[in-house]
Ligand binder design. Structure first.
Ligand code: ATP
Ligand code: MG
Length: 732
């Protein structure tokens, strides 16, 4: 068979990497040089030139979305879908293994994956039960500690004793957390990896099976693998398998989450006869953009060292805009977006990147005002939405009544007369007797512990769930029908229909969308490790929500943090908030190595741009409730001057002379988020609900006492001033 078509549209170096013999190889190359493309073509090549079955290949990608794209691109290239091939993220693949071998992994058959919200809630519950002070032991920090240990492959028992009582306390909490997860069959994201690794080490027969099965393993974004992921890869490849890893040391941006650049350096030691290939031609960006990226990253030490070049011409210079404050910065971005849109560029081709999530608020407000659709990567994704999580929780309860997390979530949604006190009693019994909340509720029903009304309400809820359990098990119902019935029996549609405005409508639409998602869910024979399609669907929902993606189809401007921009490309890119203390972040001055990681993050940002890059910063910025005056980031100075051009649109924004600054500050303080309105629990930037106008964002306030007024930008009704003592605003 002629397989040369797989090598067309590749340069010599890429071809060398794609058509390399079946051996270990490392492709080390800068951004946009075609690493991901090489991986896809290499898979096609192995399947054709070596006649390897897709079944014997495993590819690790950075997001679930990238995994789907990869499958699509392979299919495009070779004409058939790569059936039986394992493609996914580290988490997705580890999860697949655990579902297939839950017993060997020491898990319950119906184990549940927790997202970071669930994890935090569990930690809080444990701490509450142990009467531990949350101010001394912030739950988020506990979660961070536990996750960091797991990234390093350490269980509580492996955490060394310390002189520091704080670390010892953390370890103690980690023990209790492990116990609670074990008891309830719960796995956080880190546990998936740790467990999958242990599974292989403790089951030699299984290990042999997979090592024989996977002849070749491929990994994208290799520079961001952490210790446990790398250890798992080594185990899966074993002595007989081979691996292709592609990566860029200059794009290592997850050091803070345990990723190790050393893995690249160790690669040639741990795997035998590694062929290293470097790609230096960039196909993504213009000459000026590349020059800027090269110039910036040269300021880092300890690089493996490479330069990118392009033959696509130098293109336009990079425009730098100094906003007078963050509002002005956002306004400028919007002007440029509108100009490009009017010239015919589609919105999807424009991306706004920022260092910290909180920065998106002001830009979002501007986009909303201008009625330009946008979507946030890593924001509220479909499976993350409240109504969807509720419907999924019902399904989880129907499968496993002892799922306390799901029970807590929906026991009184929609309201059915089971108040906080009743729920408190259920919790208490569960805690005292070490049983699940469901079992506690059963006891209440039997013994009549609570007043008759509450008992009856609980009984009705339990009957409802039992009915759903039967629906889930009905052999002839499709997954879509099951969800339709669950949603209907739970009364979720009328509940959301009662909500005024578009929000309620959107929620109902989302629930309908869930039914279609479930109907369209394909549960193929290659998913044999899941005992039921429902279980497979529920897990997919949690894993998908962990990805950075939202509604993919509408033409909309793309907003995302620099971290989630990895691997992507856009014709027009805005790199925003490029000022000292924000980017590089203040924290990066304290820890060695962090500044270099920030610089790599900036390199990632610059190299997302194909045609035109704007770099913006604000001379004053209100963020997290306080105002700061920062100088432009050192990163701007590190970019060669001749590829930059300064944009000044000051004619529109009168620069305040110093005398005016106090005024401007006062005004600014009112506008910006994070400020508490006096004598209320409402803060600037809060989302609130009004009985008539629906939901909106608090954007301003004035006056005090009974005269205090707030300005709210309602989602559907526009901006309104409301007198606080009259408007019945509920903080969401
Ligand atoms: P990153 O480091 O950002 O992940 P990458 O090295 O993975 O980048 P790709 O995304 O694979 O780079 O490629 C960048 C762009 O260049 C893509 O649009 C890709 O299709 C294109 N490209 C890569 N190689 C070639 C080639 N030989 N000819 C034409 N276009 C190419
Ligand atoms: Mg890539």
């Amino acid at each position: 068979m002629d397989v040369s078509f797989i090598l067309d549209a590749l340069n010599d170096k890429q071809r060398e990497a794609v058509a390399a013999p079946l051996q270990n190889s490392l492709v080390l190359a800068g951004a946009g040089s075609g690493k991901t493309r090489v991986l896809v073509h290499r898979i096609a090549w192995l399947m054709h030139a070596y006649e390897l079955s897709p079944y014997s290949l495993m590819a690790v990608t950075f997001t679930n979305k990238a995994a789907r794209e990869m499958q699509g691109r392979i299919e495009q290239l070779v004409g058939v879908p790569p059936q039986g091939m394992w493609v996914g993220t580290f988490h997705g693949l580890a999860h697949r293994l655990l579902r297939a071998h839950w017993r060997d992994a020491g898990l319950k058959e119906n184990f549940q994956i927790m997202d970071s919200d669930d994890q935090l809630r569990l930690i809080k519950r444990i701490m509450r039960d142990m009467s531990i002070d949350e101010t001394r032991w912030p739950p988020k920090q506990v979660a961070w500690f536990i996750n960091a240990q797991k990234d390093e492959g350490r269980r509580a028992a492996h955490v060394p004793d310390s002189h520091d009582p704080f670390s010892n306390g953390m370890r103690e909490l980690y023990y209790h957390y492990e116990e609670a997860c074990e008891k309830n069959g719960l796995l956080d994201f880190g546990e998936l990896l740790l467990r999958a690794h242990e599974l292989m080490l403790t089951n030699p027969a299984l290990l042999r099976h997979y090592q024989q099965r996977f002849v070749h393993v491929l990994v994208d974004e290799f520079q961001d693998t952490n210790s446990i992921q790398y250890a798992w890869l080594r185990v899966m490849v074993g002595d007989q398998g081979t691996i292709t890893a592609v990566g860029d040391d200059d794009q290592s941006i997850y050091g803070w989450r345990g990723a190790k650049i050393e893995n690249i350096q160790n690669f040639t030691k741990h795997f035998s006869d590694v062929q290293t290939i470097r790609l230096e031609q960039n196909y993504r960006s213009t000459g000026n953009i590349l020059k800027a990226a090269n110039g910036l990253i040269r300021h880092n030490d300890d690089r493996l060292g490479k330069e990118l070049w392009t033959d696509s011409g130098s293109g336009e210079p990079i425009s730098v805009y100094a906003g007078f404050n963050e509002q002005d910065e956002a306004r400028f971005i919007l002007e440029v977006i509108k100009k490009w849109r009017d010239k015919g560029t589609s919105l999807t081709d424009m991306a706004i990147l920022y260092r910290s999530n909180a920065q998106s608020r002001v830009i979002e407000e501007c986009l909303v005002r201008e009625q330009i659709p946008y979507r946030i990567y890593g924001g509220h994704r479909f499976y993350d939405r409240l109504e969807i999580k509720n419907a999924l929780a019902y399904a989880r309860l129907a499968i496993d009544a002892n799922d306390d997390g799901a029970m807590e979530r929906v026991i009184n949604v929609p309201p059915r007369g089971i108040g906080e006190r009743s729920i408190g009693t259920i919790r208490e019994i569960a805690r005292d007797q070490g049983c699940s909340m469901w079992q506690a509720a059963e006891q209440i029903v039997v013994h009549g512990t609570l007043p008759a009304r509450a008992t009856n309400a609980i009984k009705a809820f339990m009957t409802l769930i039992q009915g759903m359990a039967q629906t889930v098990q009905a052999p002839d119902l499709g997954l879509g029908d099951v969800f339709e019935q669950i949603i209907q029996e739970a009364g979720l549609i009328p509940y959301h229909e009662k909500e005024k405005g578009e929000k309620g409508e959107a929620r109902v639409e989302n629930l309908q969308e869930l039914v279609s998602a479930a109907s369209g869910f394909s549960w193929s024979e290659t998913d044999e490790e899941f005992s039921s399609p429902m279980l497979a669907f529920l897990d997919q929902a949690v894993l998908d929500a962990g990805d950075a993606q939202a509604d993919e189809y509408q033409d909309s401007v793309q907003l995302m943090t620099l971290h989630s921009a990895k691997g992507l490309e856009f014709p027009l890119v805005f790199l925003t908030g490029v000022e000292e203390n924000l980017f590089p972040s203040k924290m990066s001055f304290e820890e060695p190595g962090r500044l270099a990681e920030e610089r790599r993050l900036c390199y990632v940002g610059i190299t997302r741009a194909m045609e035109k890059l704007y770099i913006t910063y604000a001379e004053s910025r209100r963020l997290h409730g306080s105002e700061s005056f920062n100088s432009p980031s050192r990163f701007i100075r590190e970019i060669p001057e001749d590829c930059l051009e300064e944009v000044r649109l000051r004619s529109q924004v009168a620069r305040p002379v110093s005398l005016q600054r106090p005024d401007y500050q006062a005004q600014n303080q009112r506008i910006m988020q994070g400020h508490q309105v006096p004598q209320t629990n409402i803060s600037m930037g809060d989302r609130v609900r009004h009985p008539i106008f629906g939901e909106g964002l608090v954007i301003n306030y004035e006056g005090q006492g009974p005269q205090a007024r707030v300005q709210v930008n309602f989602d559907t009704e526009g901006t309104k001033w409301l007198v606080l003592s009259f408007a019945k605003l509920e903080v969401l």
